[in-house]
Every structure is written in structure tokens, then in C-alpha cells.
Design a protein around this ligand. Structure first.
Ligand code: SAH
Length: 219
């Protein structure tokens, strides 16, 4: 192990202890995803020293890679199963989609991103780890990605005033959709589409994400 790898390994172990103590990480499968998808491969060189801090970090275009504790919380809520098809809105660095791709195994993750530079950044990061079941697509994710719908799980990683209707439409029956909803501060909202309609499964306040823009995003 090189010196730098050792440094990251120690920092990751400290992060995992912190996340477990704060109950932001409770699921062994998600812990294993965190260990197998190194966050330092998804941050710009200038941020490498902070890769295992529980902080969001700047990527480019005024966007951020989400905080590890938020990614573990969201991933646990999403309750991903092997073979599922997932849609992410807001690929950013590609880290969240890589974590999901690990859990989905033989399944696939489609991640829509509006900034061409970030599409490229995410694709390059995923390629470094030989991840081939994440498909990063340039476009407006507020309208979803109808071509591959329906999805078993949908995750929005940018703040929305309300969950875009097209995304609800692209969710399969019994599927789960997770999004930060609100203005300056948001609540993480987990909904399930059932034969009787949309049911709220979980809701937790005090999150802060960059805004979802686009046709069904913030004006
Ligand atoms: N999941 C990312 C963090 C995303 S930050 C990670 O793991 O690094 C939110 C991202 O949503 C930003 O990259 C932003 O450009 C993107 N975004 C905002 N509105 C969007 C829209 N309408 N369609 C697609 N991407 C959008």
C-alpha cells in the first residue's frame, strides 16, 4: 500500500466510525459500497485532502459532491435490490450513482446531468473504476429520462420545490422516489407509488442541496 493509499484508508475508517456513531450509516451493504467506491476518485485534485471529511465539496460549475452522511442516508432509504433499474437526477461527480451501481449489481443506473463538463467528469471518474452499469446522460433531468422508464428507484440529488410530475410517472408500481423538497432548507422525502396512489414513507428536515433547475425545477 502506498503512503497516500494508507492515508485515504485511515481517513475512510474514521469517516465510517463517525457515520455509524451518528446513525447515518446502519446498513452493512451500504458500508461495503462506501469502502468499495473510493470518494477520492470523485473529487477534483484541489479537494483530495478533504475527500473523507463529512462535508460537501466543490466540483465545478458551482456544484458540489454531496456530503458522505447524506449519501449514506439517501442510499439506505432507497433500499436498492440487485438487478433494479435506477434513475438519478443530477450526476455531479458520479459518486452517488457509483454507490448505487455497486448495490444494484446486475442492474443499471441512469443518471441525467445538465452540465456537459460534469457529464464528462462523472464519466471519467466512473471509468477509472471500470464501472460500466452507470449511464450518464446529458439533459434536463427534471423531465426524467422516459426512454428507459419505468424505474424501480428514482433519486433526485438537487433541491426541488416539488417533485417533478414526469418523474412520478416514470416510476414503476411499488417503486420508491427520494428527493430533497423545499426552498432554502429542504426535507428529504421518500415516496412510494402504490396501486392506491402515492404514499409518504419517510420525511426528515434540515438538508441543503443545490437547486434542481430545468423545465420542472426551480424558476
Ligand atoms: N449526485 C452528485 C451530486 C449532485 S449536485 C454526486 O454524487 O456528486 C446536483 C447536480 O444536479 C449538479 O451537478 C447539477 O448540475 C445537477 N442538476 C441541477 N438541475 C438539473 C436538471 N434539471 N437536470 C440535470 N441535472 C441537474
Amino acid at each position: 500500500m502506498t503512503k497516500i493509499e494508507k492515508k485515504y484508508r485511515t481517513a475512510l475508517n474514521d469517516l465510517i466510525i463517525y457515520l455509524k456513531n451518528s446513525k447515518l450509516l446502519t446498513d452493512n451493504r451500504v458500508e461495503s459500497a462506501l469502502k468499495n467506491i473510493p470518494r477520492h476518485e470523485f473529487v477534483p485534485e484541489s479537494e483530495l485532502d478533504y475527500a473523507y471529511y463529512n462535508e460537501p465539496l466543490p466540483i465545478m460549475k458551482n456544484q458540489t459532491i454531496s456530503q458522505p452522511g447524506v449519501v449514506t442516508r439517501m442510499t439506505e432509504w432507497l433500499d436498492v435490490k440487485d438487478g433494479q433499474k435506477i434513475l438519478e437526477v443530477g450526476a455531479g461527480s458520479g459518486w452517488q450513482s457509483a454507490i448505487l451501481s455497486y448495490l444494484v449489481g446486475t442492474g443499471n443506473v441512469y443518471s441525467v446531468e445538465r452540465h456537459p463538463k460534469l457529464v464528462k467528469f462523472a464519466q471519467e471518474n466512473l471509468k477509472k473504476l471500470n464501472i460500466d452499469n452507470v449511464h450518464v446522460i446529458l439533459g434536463d433531468g427534471s423531465i426524467g429520462y422516459p426512454k428507459e422508464s419505468p424505474y424501480d428507484r428514482i433519486i433526485i440529488t438537487a433541491a426541488c420545490t416539488e417533485i417533478p410530475l414526469p418523474l412520478i410517472e416514470q416510476l414503476s408500481e411499488n417503486g420508491l422516489i427520494l428527493a430533497p423538497v423545499g426552498d432554502a432548507s429542504q426535507s428529504l422525502v421518500l415516496l412510494q407509488k402504490t396501486s392506491k396512489g402515492i404514499v409518504e414513507i419517510r420525511n426528515e428536515s434540515h438538508y441543503v442541496f443545490v437547486p434542481l433547475v430545468g423545465k420542472f425545477g426551480k424558476k
